[in-house]
Design a protein around this ligand. Sequence first.
Ligand code: FER
Length: 378
Amino acid sequence: MKRTASVITAALAVLLGACGTQTQIQEKAMAENGNTAAAETMAVEETAEAADEGLSKEDRKAFATGISTEADNTEGASQPGTRDAEGASKQEAADAAPGETLPEGIEERCPEAYTAVRTDVNYGEFTHGTYFSTTCGLERGYSILLPADYSEDGKYPVLYLLHGIFGDEYSFSGDANNRIKEIVGNMAADGLIEEMIVVCPNMYASSDPDQKPAFDVEACLPYDNFINDLVTDLMPCIESTYSVRTGRENTYLAGFSMGGRETIYITLQRPELFGYVCAISAAPGIVPTTDKFMTHPGQITESEMKFADGAVTPEVFILCCGSRDSVVGEYPKSYHELLAANATDHIWYEIAGADHDNNAIRSGIYNLLKLIGSGKRD
Ligand code: FER
């Protein structure tokens, strides 16, 4: 958890410009010491970083797919969840408000049995594909997790999984700490869900290949445009390229942070397309607000935070967040409150002690899949 705080503190410090000064001091020292090559390399890196608001690779990854937790990297990929195995830390236990009940069917944490790498399970592997986006006028990429025994003879439901800000189609596939392929593979192996396909798009739907995300209104517009790319271009591409079971009952949507925000927005706009939905640690900006990063004009008004009258709505619409999220804070809860105020059916829960991290991601994905499995068995 120490690292958690330092990543976010560093990110904020960078955003406030503190690191730029530090870098210049280092460059000057290097140049004075005759290390001009290193100083030049740093200068180049600095320019590239400036274009990305000065965020380090680690900071960007923390935004895109969650802050790493202590459990993530300690024992390597074959022994995951050491901390989970020992149970929640003392602090987390203290965080769990006694008497606060979770919604029916929801478990706070993804059990270790489902994040573990098991020798008896054949996991699918992520591969990469491209499609022409008429929305952006560009060839765009996606990562896709097919079941290990994927066959054209079968037909598979599809989960679209959306990354956080600064991410791309490699964010989830490139971060083994999220355990996406283990959770999906283990749950299917245990018969909790059917085999499924997971598609991880690039959510930055800009027509300008040089445009970059940042914490400002203009730079965030491509995220809000993703709904068009998804519905018009990516979903038809996936449905024609792979052996897919179509229709809302077989089409799922989930996202983390910026991806959680777009998950809610897309679901409210097109509820007839997705039967099962989970927005994890959703970022601010669906409705107007100002947070520590920027002022958001809002995609919709607070009174529009609901399904249209008479709309076909998802079977399951989950919103969840870590109780100690250092990036999006209380915004997910405020979305829950707005949906509740507008009498819009959804499930809300908090993951006690979790930050903007993999504990929240694993929990949201696990509960979504579990409810998909039990929904389909009813
Ligand atoms: C913001 C706070 C958080 C915001 C985006 C985020 C665009 C996203 C965080 C993430 O995706 O990890 O104000 O504005």
